[in-house]
Design a binder for this molecule. Structure first.
Ligand code: HEM
Length: 442
């Protein structure tokens, strides 16, 4: 009888173990670092290789961390819907930058309350910045890299709108803030990939950087004022406050310019799309984002969790590990979901009758998440509508005020900078040279 019982116990242990096993673990061959270098060099390539080896769920070791990657869009809700066991960690990039989600509520609240006012403030800044690009006597073409043009202009407009306040009387020069921000962005992405020593260089940079101080003094911006107050109430010291404000600048200004670049770049290199864009703006933008929005949607496992996949398999997520969705690989670039996924098709998100297309399938089942540039769930992007309105305004204002064309009519959009997967909107490797001059209004 005892023998029978112990046999029963052992087999039920194995059944349980089999039912709730951990995802396949791939530690890599380098101790501690694991796969960090390959991950940082080109995450899309690395994760595609891991998917072929292990399937839709696996755990990799990278710089001492264990990250479980989930690549089945039918199963994303199991992660997005659980804020008890899984904590939103987008901003916990390193131990140097740790914020609780509550510190974002000032901006979330402000954006919700002031949506219409913000659209009109940014519209005024866009008009002024575009005007400054066109001296009255300018008849000749002006040449510029399209990425630089979009990013610098939209950064300045967004910065003045959100950080400058209604009066913009803080005296900060948005061009120098942009230059400093670009340096910070480069360091931050390196630090998050673990290629900067313990984030020390970024830490020093934040301390030295004049933007952090200028930003803190921008009390003419109502939400920033409320935000700093909230941080003080939470007992966050001045050093951390500086970093927090910089992270807000990064979250709010880092994506709109690159998104406008990819949209305009694809439109200029697809002339038929350029003529159709007035009617089909939303679809064209959605398509540009499908191809170039590549955030990691990361959560920290704060409580052991059993993750049930759509195919019925169950896996155990260990407390202290991270879980990461990478919708760029699937659904966004998944050939099972999109025919010729590498191609820009401006009307991909339209049905034949011109209505919005929302039916996309994988494995014969309709997808709830067929593209995820804004993330999803409770921590999805709070600035989504503001960002869409801004890009729309910018593209229309630019195309109606200027003649814009490629310097080389046969040029194509640049390749992606492969080291930036995971950080929101991708950036190009190089630039696309364009020329523009004010439209002849006669
Ligand atoms: C093309 C432009 C943009 C894209 C593609 C984008 C994308 C994203 C993504 C993917 C997330 C993370 C979602 C997650 O991890 O689940 C996010 C979060 C966030 N975004 Fe955006 N974003 C854009 C523009 C903006 C703008 C203009 C603002 C503010 C005005 C903004 C403010 C934020 C904030 C504050 C969060 C954190 C949300 C939270 O804590 O709950 N974003 N965004």
């Amino acid at each position: 009888m005892d023998k029978f019982r112990s046999l029963f116990t052992t087999s039920s242990f194995f059944v349980l173990f089999w039912l709730k096993r951990e995802p396949p673990l791939d530690k890599g061959i380098i101790p501690w670092l694991g796969h960090a270098l390959e991950f940082g060099r080109d995450a899309a390539k690395f994760l595609t290789r891991m998917k072929l080896k292990h399937g839709n769920i696996f755990t990799v070791r990278a710089a001492g961390r264990y990250v479980t990657v989930l690549l089945d869009p039918h199963s994303y809700d199991a992660v997005l819907g659980d804020s008890e066991c899984l904590d939103f960690t987008r901003y916990r990039l390193t131990s140097q930058f740790t914020f609780t989600p509550s510190t974002f509520c000032a901006l979330r609240h402000f954006l919700g309350m002031n949506a219409a006012a913000l659209d009109s403030i940014i519209s005024r800044h866009l008009r002024a910045l575009l005007k400054a690009k066109t001296p009255t006597n300018q008849k000749d073409w002006k040449e510029e890299g399209l990425f630089h043009l979009c990013y610098s202009l939209l950064f300045k407009a967004g910065y003045l709108t959100l950080f400058g306040g209604e009066q913009n009387n803080n005296g900060a020069d948005p061009s120098s803030v942009y230059d400093e921000y670009k340096k910070f962005d480069g360091l931050l992405t390196k630090m998050a990939r673990g290629t900067l020593r313990a984030g020390r260089d970024t830490f020093c940079y934040v301390n030295k950087s004049s933007i952090s101080l200028t930003l803190q003094n921008h009390l003419s911006s109502p939400w920033l004022h409320a935000y700093l107050q909230l941080l003080q109430e939470e007992g966050i010291d001045r050093e951390m406050q500086k970093k927090a404000v910089l992270m807000q600048l990064w979250a709010t200004q880092g994506n709109v310019g690159p998104a406008a670049f990819w949209l305009l770049g694809h439109l200029l290199t697809n002339p038929e799309a350029l003529t159709a864009v007035k009617k089909e703006f939303n679809s064209a933008l959605q398509e540009a984002l499908r191809l170039t929005a590549a955030p990691f949607i990361t959560r920290e496992v704060v409580q052991e969790k059993s993750l049930r996949m759509a195919d019925g398999q169950e896996y155990l997520l260990r407390k202290g590990d991270r879980v990461c969705l990478f919708p760029f690989i699937s659904p966004q670039m998944d050939p099972e979901v999109y025919h010729e996924p590498q191609k820009f098709k401006h009307n991909r998100f339209l049905n034949e009758d011109g209505s919005v297309k929302e039916n996309f399938y994988k494995g014969g089942r309709r997808l709830k998440y067929y593209t995820m540039p804004w993330g999803a769930g409770t921590n999805g992007c709070v600035g989504k509508q503001f960002a869409i309105n801004t890009i729309r305004q910018f593209v229309y204002k630019f195309l109606t005020s200027f003649d814009l064309e490629l310097c080389d009519p046969n040029a194509s959009v640049p390749e992606i900078n492969a080291s930036r997967y995971g950080f929101g909107m991708l950036q190009p490797d190089g630039d696309l040279l364009v020329r523009y001059k004010p439209k002849n209004k006669d």
